[in-house]
Design a protein around this ligand. Structure first.
Ligand SMILES: Cc1ncc(C[n+]2csc(CCOP(=O)(O)OP(=O)(O)O)c2C)c(N)n1
Ligand code: SF4
Ligand SMILES: [Mg+2]
Length: 273
């Protein structure tokens, strides 16, 4: 923890933010900043990169080195930043659509390389910014403007996808469990490799309305009642976990990191010259 106030991490001249009342993305953004503060990172040594979407607006409000890029391409830009300036702590903020639909290929390849980038997915189960189209995390049978009769696609488990592709740290938290989410992000930043932390956010405006999820309080209560910590779940009978979703740390492994491997090639080449 540093002596900074939370507001010191924000560009207050860019506030108030554009998010709808009750949107979970503000809590997610605060959790990211809290993790950075807990780790005592130098603001000038942090680079926050985002794509496009309501979630991706976060980089505009956060007072670090920031890049607000193009839809789905945050990880491609972040990879460039990390290779050019490996000493920077590179953090990607992305949405479920940005990261797992248009940006899906960048996600699996960044994970495969185990490049030292921490990706935080603000997953609200829908495309919020463009009016509620279904995304790769919209649950089966739920509704979006592009799924007026129900979505028939099976949804992605993003941390599992990233882990299978090679990410060395994966975790999930929620906007309700904000303190735990910040701890998971902190651990993700500490991991020297590709880390993915999914934060389950809420979009009362589109996902909530389309799927009759009730008020903001109802949506937050749903998160509270349906998230089960992975460590607790291991000790529970299967029927107690059925229909719920897991939060906590899923994978924490050590493997060679991409920028270090890349530097080794450069050093080898320079010696051989
Ligand atoms: C190449 C391209 N295709 C489509 C769009 C339109 N677009 C902007 S944001 C977005 C979806 C955002 O959804 P998500 O990443 O889940 O973020 P959210 O708004 O839900 O936080 C889309 C399709 C775009 N900006 N660029
Ligand atoms: S549309 Fe949804 S995700 Fe976007 S700001 Fe509003 S509540 Fe948040
Ligand atoms: Mg979304």
């Amino acid at each position: 923890m540093t002596s900074k106030l939370i507001k010191d991490y924000f560009r207050t001249d860019k506030l108030p933010h554009i998010w709808c009342p009750g949107c979970g993305h503000g809590i997610m953004m605060r959790s990211v900043v809290q993790a950075i503060d807990n780790l005592g990172l130098d603001k000038d040594k942090v680079c926050v990169v985002s794509g496009i979407g309501c979630s991706s607006r976060a980089s505009g409000y956060m007072d670090f080195n920031t890049l607000h890029t193009t839809h789905g391409r945050a990880l491609a830009f972040a990879t460039g930043v990390k290779l050019a300036r490996p000493e920077l702590e590179v953090i990607v903020i992305t949405g479920d659509g940005d990261c797992a639909a248009i940006g899906g290929n960048h996600l699996i390849h960044a994970a495969r390389r185990n490049i030292n980038i921490t990706t935080i997915v603000f997953n609200n189960n829908i495309y919020g910014m463009t009016g509620g189209q279904y995304s790769p995390t919209t649950p089966k049978n739920e509704y979006g403007t592009t799924a007026p009769y129900g979505n028939i696609d099976k949804s992605f488990d993003i941390p599992a996808l990233a882990a299978a592709a090679g990410a060395t740290y994966t975790a999930r938290g929620t906007a309700y469990h904000a303190k735990q989410l910040s701890k998971l992000i902190e651990n993700g930043i500490k991991n020297k490799g590709f880390s993915l932390v999914e934060g389950i956010s809420i979009c009362p405006t589109y996902y909530g309305r389309k799927n009759k999820k009730g008020s903001v309080v109802d949506m937050m209560t749903w998160l509270k009642d349906n998230a089960v910590d992975v460590k607790v779940a291991e000790k529970l009978p299967a029927e107690k976990v059925a229909g719920k979703f897991l939060i906590g740390e899923f994978k924490n492994a050590t493997e060679p990191e991409y920028t270090e491997e890349y530097m080794k090639i450069i050093e080898r080449f320079q010696k051989e010259r």
